[in-house]
Structures are given as C-alpha cells and as structure tokens.
Design a protein around this ligand. Structure first.
Ligand SMILES: O=C(O)COP(=O)(O)O
Ligand SMILES: [Mg+2]
Length: 211
C-alpha cells in the first residue's frame, strides 16, 4: 500500500495570506466608495471562498450580500489578488516540510481560494512542483466543506489512504464530511478551540508535522 496522499489547505495552513486579503479588500472597497474594515474582521471572514468573503463584507456594511455590486467586487478582488504577494508569507518550516514529505507522499492542494490566485501564489513561492493536483474554490461545482473537492483531490492523486491538513472549522468539517483523518495546524485562522476540531494530528509548527 502506498503512503497516504497528503492534501493541504492553503490559506492559514501553508501561507499567511490574511494581510494580503485585508489589503486587497481595502482597495476593492475604496473603489466602491466604501470604508475599510479591520484586519481582524476581514480575517474572520476568510475560509469559505472569495464570493462568501465579499458577501460577508457587504452584509457587515449593511448592503445586500448578492447582486451586481457583489459580482463586480468579486471580479475586481480576484484580478488584483492574483498579482499581489508582498504581504503574503510562507509559514516558517513549510519549505523543508514539503521537501521531506514529498519524498514519501503524494501531495495535493484543496483550497477555497479561486484557482487562478492559487496557481499564482504557488508559483510565486516556488511550490508548484510539489503538487500534482490543485483544486481551488471555483474548480468544481461545490467547495469545502462539501466533501467533493477533497475526494476529487485524492482520486486525482491516484486514490488510496489520505490525510487532510488544514487550519479552520471549514477544513475540519470537510474532513469529517469526507471521512478522511484530519491534521490541524494551530497557527492559522481558526476560531474554535483546538480540542474541538476532531484532529488526529495537531501541530503548532511545520517542523513538527511528519505523519
Ligand atoms: O479563500 C478562502 O476563503 C480560504 O482559503 P483556504 O481554503 O485555502 O483556507
Ligand atoms: Mg485555511
């Protein structure tokens, strides 16, 4: 039996992208003549994909979470986001973790970030070649916490045993819905206590994750 496929979430798990998302949100809001929202609030809106992030922003400002303005802001956000990396960083130890794990495991990405900015940020940090499979939030008809994208990532990697590695409630729910064991990185954007997320592996630093 081959070693398990390791499927990774992206934002809050491999990359610290919340400062970038906050910065892009500020510019998109300014373009609409809307006020900026705090870093903490924007970070709390991350995890269910870009359309949901923009909906949450609009509702917070007392505006409709769907419709023409929502559509325009999602498009604007994505076009800026796939070209900006200055405020994004890899968590310490990610590169050596991926080097170590790629010797034994097949590695895949299952994120709710749209496919285009996902590919762009992986290329920017030199991570593209680690992952033969990349599923984004707009790759399939349904996104996390639906089990479909995680199951697809595992199937496209050749199938067999798998572990899903993520940072958030959405990731824990996805793993449970897909009936795949979950590994939690504690340093991302979760709001729930570590012990309540049903993780089989828990790590605070990527140097510690060698399942
Ligand atoms: O784009 C988001 O909302 C979150 O992305 P993630 O699934 O990589 O955490
Ligand atoms: Mg995440």
């Amino acid at each position: 039996m081959a070693d398990p496929v390791l499927v990774f979430d992206l934002d809050g798990t491999l990359i610290h992208s919340a400062p970038e998302i906050h910065g892009v949100a500020r510019d998109v809001l300014a373009q609409e003549g809307l006020p900026e929202l705090s870093y903490e609030l924007i970070t709390s809106f991350v995890g269910n994909g870009l359309p949901t992030l923009v909906s949450r922003i609009l509702v917070q400002l007392g505006l409709p979470g769907t419709g023409e303005q929502h559509h325009r802001m999602v498009e604007h956000f994505e076009s800026i986001y796939q070209q900006r990396f200055d405020l994004t960083s890899l968590y310490p130890g990610v590169m050596s973790m991926l080097h170590d794990l790629s010797g034994r495991h097949r590695l895949a990405i299952c994120t709710n970030k749209p496919q285009a900015p996902t590919r762009a940020v992986l290329a920017h940090f030199g991570l593209t070649d680690f992952f033969s499979v990349v599923i984004g939030g707009d790759t399939l008809p349904r996104r996390k916490p639906d089990p479909l994208p995680l199951h697809q990532a595992i199937r496209d990697s050749g199938g067999g045993d798998a572990i899903f590695v993520g940072d958030s409630e959405v990731d824990a729910d996805t793993a449970r819905n897909a009936q795949i064991p979950f590994a939690l990185f504690t340093g991302g954007y979760r709001k729930t206590a570590v012990e309540d997320l049903g993780a089989k592996w828990i790590f605070d630093h990527h140097d510690e994750f060698r399942p």
